[in-house]
Ligand binder design. Structure first.
Ligand code: NDP
Length: 499
């Protein structure tokens, strides 16, 4: 069964309706209430999903526990699991246009960007299929001639995935294929704003042959749905992407049964431009850094440090280049920035811009685009910013950057590291020594040099400090969803008697 794209295209205002997805079937919430999602770009209702309850969570977790315990998935060979993951990868591509349009409707991001995200999502399933087959334990053959020690790598158990609204399908696919590849069963809670592609993926997983009960979805609000998952004592791991504040709540709730936690949280990421950089590339990278996805990007380069010798010309060229960033209709191929995802976020960005107006110099933008039907804000740049100010320290998660000068490499390192976060950073320079020293000195999960938001599926992603812990993608991703068991075999039985 394919997503009815043609039908949807003919009637673009048709509302998509979903149940929770439990034990292979769409189900109405026990609470009987639902949530309407309006597109942030057009203000029209585009989808309705369930307002899940604690009872829905209990039901979904019971199903995931049973599916794990009877081995219908975890007892398959890695090759058999990989076959399903590869089919999912292909089916995501077959449904690329439909999935991309749903993302556009629910997030307000541009169609071109959404298409790229669906391709990336598909690729993660294919990579995870390889990871599943490569996953293995270890043996110790050097612990004595009559002794053999084995390290078994086993799926951690039923897991919960809680995902945000900025990259609905991509973030899910940074977690789900690896969880399934490891042999876990899953309950997902997508963002209350953007649950559509997660729910559509359920159909794709069914078609690919995933056994019923292995993948379940409960939609609804963070509290109760996410909170109940984080507290549930049968869930053995929770993987969360979102704000640091919610991450803290999840860590607290996870103490109910000491479940493993993987957190991908926020950032206030530095982009550092040295005077010897390729300035044209650096300006383009800097703009991409805070405008991409309307700034709702955990790796957003929202702190822009520029060497003082080029500060004036860099800022002038940055502002000139920003004039070319077309804001508006996400379906228009010339649009570079769509809408803000949701009203609370829109209001939050406006409040930060207001604080910027009061404490710094507005160099570009700053206005709401009230001529457009949805939640649109201009890309915004502030200069003359104090490093201690709110706009220089807090994650805005909108298209807002601060420009701050530095004199030399030591000062750049000090400023870059003066943050509670540690997710991503980028350095622009043509000097090899500067590249290496900066890469080794900046405290963040990833450092890009002369490139930005460059994320091949093979590379691990994740933060340090208050940006979280654990890694997604790359070879470590699947390991997060496993645990090791050590087996020591003595043959013949030990002669070393205790009494
Ligand atoms: P949240 O961290 O609140 O939301 C992320 C996910 O967690 C959503 O599915 C949310 O549900 C859920 N959630 C909320 N409360 C709980 C809880 N108590 N227990 C378990 N799950 C919960 O982010 P917001 O959407 O509120 O955005 C606020 C800020 O977070 C942004 O301005 C941005 O700074 C940051 N953020 C960072 C992201 C990243 O990629 N690192 C992604 C999104 C946000 P619900 O949909 O009901 O809110």
């Amino acid at each position: 069964m394919h997503i009815a794209l043609d039908e949807w295209k003919k009637t673009p205002s048709q509302v998509r309706r979903y149940g929770n997805y439990i034990n292979g079937a769409m189900a109405t919430s026990i609470g009987g209430s639902s949530i309407e999602r309006k597109s942030p770009a057009t203000d029209e209702v585009v989808a309705v999903w369930q307002k899940g309850t604690r009872e829905d969570v209990a039901q979904a977790v019971d199903v995931a526990v049973e599916a794990f315990n009877d081995g219908r998935w975890s007892n398959l060979t890695a090759a058999e699991r990989a076959e399903v993951l590869l089919k999912v990868s292909g089916k995501i591509l077959e449904n690329l246009e439909a999935l991309a349009l749903i993302e556009v409707q629910e997030t307000g991001k541009t169609l071109e960007q959404a298409r790229g995200e669906i391709q990336f999502a598909s690729d993660m399933w294919s990579y995870a299929a390889g990871s599943a087959r490569a996953l293995h334990g270890d043996s110790h053959t050097n612990v004595g001639s009559e002794k053999l020690a084995l390290v078994l790598r086993e799926p951690v158990g039923p897991v919960a995935l809680i995902t945000p609204w900025n990259y609905p399908l991509v973030v899910l696919c940074q977690k789900l294929p690896y969880a399934l590849g490891a042999g876990c069963t899953v309950v997902v809670k997508p963002s209350e704003f953007t649950s559509g592609t997660t729910l559509e993926l359920a159909k794709i997983l069914e078609e690919a042959g995933l056994p019923k009960g292995v993948f379940n979805i409960v939609t609804g609000y963070g509290d109760p749905v996410g909170q109940a998952l984080a507290e549930h004592t049968a869930i053995r791991l929770i993987s969360f992407t979102g704000s640091t504040a919610t991450g803290q709540k999840i860590v607290q709730a996870s103490s109910s049964n000491m479940k493993k936690v993987v957190l991908e949280l926020g950032g206030k990421n530095p982009t550092i431009v040295f005077e010897d950089a390729n300035i044209e590339a650096a300006i383009d990278g800097a703009i991409r850094g805070f405008v991409w996805n309307s700034g709702a990007e955990c790796c957003s380069g929202s702190r822009l440090y520029v060497q003082r010798s080029i500060l004036e010309s860099f800022t002038r060229q940055l502002v000139e280049k920003l004039q070319a960033v077309k804001v508006g209709d996400p379906l228009d191929p010339t649009t570079k920035m769509g809408s803000i995802n949701n009203e609370p976020q829109f209001n939050k960005i406006r409040s930060y811009i207001q604080q910027g107006r009061e404490t710094a110099t507005l160099a570009f933008g700053g206005n709401v685009r009230s001529d457009l039907p949805g939640l649109f804000i201009e890309p915004t740049v502030f200069t003359n910013v104090s490093h201690d100010s709110v706009i220089a320290r807090e994650e805005i998660f909108g298209p807002v950057a601060v420009v701050i000068p530095f004199d030399d490499m030591q000062e750049a390192i000090k400023l870059a590291n003066d943050t509670q976060y540690g997710l991503a950073s980028s350095v622009w320079t043509s000097n090899l020594n500067t590249s290496l020293t900066m890469s080794r000195s900046i405290r963040s999960g990833i450092v890009w040099v002369n490139t930005f938001l460059d994320i091949p599926t093979e590379i691990p992603l994740g933060g340090i400090q208050q940006s979280g812990f654990g890694r997604e993608n790359g070879r470590f991703a699947i390991e997060e969803f496993t645990t090791t068991k050590t087996v020591v075999i003595q043959n013949p039985a030990t002669t070393d008697r205790f009494v």
